[in-house]
Design a protein around this ligand. Sequence first.
Ligand SMILES: Nc1ncnc2c1ncn2[C@@H]1O[C@H](COP(=O)(O)OP(=O)(O)OP(=O)(O)O)[C@@H](O)[C@H]1O
Ligand SMILES: [Mg+2]
Length: 411
Amino acid sequence: MYISHLSLTNFRNYGRLELELSPGATLLYGQNAQGKTNLLEAVYYLATTRSPHAEYDNQLLNWDAGQSEELVVVGRLVAQVQTAAEMKRLEMRLILERNGRARQGSFRREALVDRRKMRLMDLLGHLRVVLFLPEDVQLITGSPGERRRYMDITLCQIDAAYCRALSQYNKVLEQRNALLRQIAEGSGSLDVLPVFTDKLVNLGSQILRRRALFLAELARETQRVHYELLTNGRETIRLQYVPRLAGNGTVEEESVALGEWLQAAEASLATIKTRLAEAVRQAQPADIARGATSVGPHRDDWRFLLNGRALSSYGSRGQQRTAILALKMAEISWMTAVTGEQPILLLDEVVAELDAQRRAALLQTVQSAQQAILTATDPAMFTAEFLANAVSLKVENGRISYAESTGSPDQ
Ligand SMILES: Nc1ncnc2c1ncn2[C@@H]1O[C@H](COP(=O)(O)OP(=O)(O)OP(=O)(O)O)[C@@H](O)[C@H]1O
Ligand SMILES: [Mg+2]
């Protein structure tokens, strides 16, 4: 798939942008703070309904527009997406409404596919991307929450049922936790708890199973890329699923064994459900005491092992970067295999950080992608051959122009 046209209104430092894009590689270059990353963020946002950076979605609204006295401020992202089968128009609206004196106002989002309003979740799957940022190394060293977020966003792009289950799970979890707190305070009823527990276990086991399968597939491909293309057979990488189904005092090995069991083909949904139900039951007294659910997929984790050791504790910076590169390259081929169509690659400033062999491997992937958008402060880090085959666009203060060498703009 590829995006043929992108239009932004009041998004970050883009007041108004109309941009034609072509298949193949597009290089966005320009000085710091001009809008390169913001453009990748816009595409990622249309694909996932999430920002990789912003804590709150209203931070995406152009702040000059947000400062205006208008009662309604609308940010708009629109992409024309061409797939093998069809052309789709995807739109996301960021709407800030002020009523009277309230300075903050209320903020909401709307999603449209071919100009018809949809649930935000229904935007997913029409545009699929793989985003690669320098800070992705934090997937290795950061918190379990960041790793769960990565799994969820990646899976949601290709599996609508997973995404629905996840969203329902989070709601049930919130309701169950609220009830646990009420029970602890003496105002809630224990009789109602099984209703929420059953729902939690049903949805939770679907999520555990899907994640286990996903990680197993991704692990195989990551290992292959890492071994064959990036380290000349010198190093072996593994992704290990570490679900926590036994409360706070869980022994590490127990979680690892559980992960392996989940990934084994014989772990059917029914057996996972039984196991999760048992874990939730055992944790119940402690959960009531602390007013929160301590076991389930919301406590999941996964990690990288390099030659059998935790990459987060023992890996060098270069080894960590190489592992992330392998993961991203694997994500691309995994997504292509699962959907039958190549995702769009979004690479932010990552080429500069790689040595010659790894850079070559990544650029090989970029060149075989149907569409890739890269950013760099300095185009000189790319080979002349690469530049000859790419469209170069200059980004300057929220405006984009064609570089002299690649022909004139068509608007
Ligand atoms: N909501 C917003 N409204 C207006 N401008 C914003 C908003 N959010 C961020 N910006 C500004 O957008 C500018 C461009 O940011 P961006 O991250 O895209 O830069 P960049 O070209 O990728 O630079 P670098 O090379 O430093 O990574 C920054 O100056 C930032 O302050
Ligand atoms: Mg940037």
